[in-house]
Design a protein around this ligand. Structure first.
Ligand code: GDP
Ligand code: MN
Length: 396
């Protein structure tokens, strides 16, 4: 589950990372009001789940109300690589002396958490990794020990952080690690992690702000956080963060109904019982030259109400041109599924053809029932390959 920048920053703030105060808004008027409140200059930022917003014109500084209005007007509705901007984040603008990079993720091949740090922030980190890999520190963390402050200081030094902000960077890394661990994140990234200039007056005088002698501070200017959706039950306070920007409306409905449904790009609706069977159905349909429109695991349920619910979900996607029902009868008997389908068809009258493959317990009876019912637009198939070829032909 990917979070918008401002939601990520809220998590950062909860764990003691410094971020700018701001407000999320959805209209130009609210953007201007928020800018007045946080104080000029402000930065107007598109909230979409894609990087490179700055380059795409989705991040703009505004020195006054007229500029804030102009930028908000231009950015709302902007299409950034296919993501339409519906929400803006308005925060007080920061002065920037340096842009660093920091992230925490799980290195699956090493089976360990990994902290990454670079003083070459503000640009695509893949570019740094490719062109000057020596400038990107990759540090594995002992998952049981966690990231110690001493370790974090070493990372900051190794990456070449300015000496006066080494401790500030280390604190940020420890906090970011805490975000990643405690919030069950799969990724926590800050790009740029900025160093602010010394505040006027305190120039070179060693100061007592706790972040180093020069008064320069370390702060998260951007946030990219992905949470593990399967761990959300442990974080009721994060449940509201699920993104409405890109969430498929059918997926949302399926979730509410407790049905395992994943939207895909194609035009062939898929239903099967058991996640493994559904996944192999997707493969077989693709092999036959078709493009699945969804993953739907009907699980052990076979009663009419469940089948009807599943059919309704599949057909709610108006790209669907044909549907493949792939049922392997075990505890769920094929005759029960056939009855469910017949009842469902009585209620819904689907507008697209269905191919039904029934195999396993009581498959013969199931097929007989379907044949007797003579449902219009329903084709029975015996094998998975035969079913896949038929459904691809019908969808063409
Ligand atoms: P991204 O392009 O989607 O990664 O969006 P970012 O939040 O990283 O912003 C892009 C760039 O805009 C940053 O690297 C900064 O250079 C600049 N920027 C963002 N916020 C501020 C700010 O408060 N002050 C200044 N001076 N620049 C900012
Ligand atoms: Mn960024």
């Amino acid at each position: 589950m990917d979070l918008l920048e401002y939601q990520g920053k809220q998590l950062f703030a909860r764990h003691g990372l410094e971020v700018s105060a701001g407000e999320a808004v959805t209209t130009v008027e609210d953007a201007v009001a928020a800018a007045d409140k946080v104080g000029y200059p402000v930065v107007v930022k598109a909230q979409v789940l894609i990087g490179g917003r700055g380059k795409a014109g989705g991040v703009k500084l505004a020195a006054n109300e007229a500029e804030a209005r102009e930028h908000a007007t231009n950015i709302l509705g902007l299409d950034i690589k296919g993501h339409i901007v519906r929400t803006l984040w308005i925060e007080h603008a920061s002065d920037i002396a340096a842009e660093y990079y920091a992230s925490v993720l799980l290195d699956r091949s090493a089976k360990q958490p990994m902290v990454m740090f670079s003083v070459e922030g503000g640009v695509e980190i893949e570019q740094v990794a490719e062109q000057s890999p020596e400038k990107l520190v990759r540090h594995h963390v002992d998952a049981l020990q966690g990231l110690s402050r001493e370790e974090a200081i070493e990372i900051a030094r190794e990456g070449g952080a300015d000496e006066d902000v080494v401790e500030g960077v280390a604190d940020a890394l420890v906090a970011l690690y805490e975000v990643w661990l405690q919030e069950d994140a799969t990724l926590a990234e800050i790009n740029p992690l900025i160093v602010t200039p010394a505040s006027p007056g305190d120039g070179t005088t060693p100061g007592g702000d706790g972040q180093g002698g020069s008064g320069r501070r370390v702060k998260a200017l951007d946030a990219k956080v992905s949470l593990d959706g399967n761990a959300l039950y442990r974080h009721p306070e994060n449940q509201g963060l699920s993104d409405s920007e890109n969430e498929d409306p059918i997926e949302r409905k399926a979730k509410e109904q407790g049905v395992q449904y994943v939207a895909l790009d194609g035009d062939i609706g898929i239903l099967g019982n058991g996640a493994g069977l559904v996944m192999s159905t997707l493969d077989v349909v693709a092999q036959a030259g078709g493009a699945p429109a969804n993953f739907l695991d009907a699980g052990g349920g076979s009663d009419a109400a469940k089948v009807k619910q599943a059919v309704e979900l599949i057909l709610a996607n108006d790209k669907v041109k044909a549907v493949l029902f792939n049922i392997f009868g075990g505890i769920t008997r094929c005759d029960e599924v056939a009855k469910g389908l017949i009842t469902a068809f009585g209620d819904i009258e689907p507008s697209v053809p269905f191919v039904v493959r029934l195999d396993g317990t009581n498959d013969v009876q199931g097929r007989e029932l379907l044949q007797e019912a003579a449902l219009p637009g329903v084709y029975a198939a015996r094998t998975m390959n035969e079913a896949a070829e038929k459904v691809v032909e019908l969808a063409a």
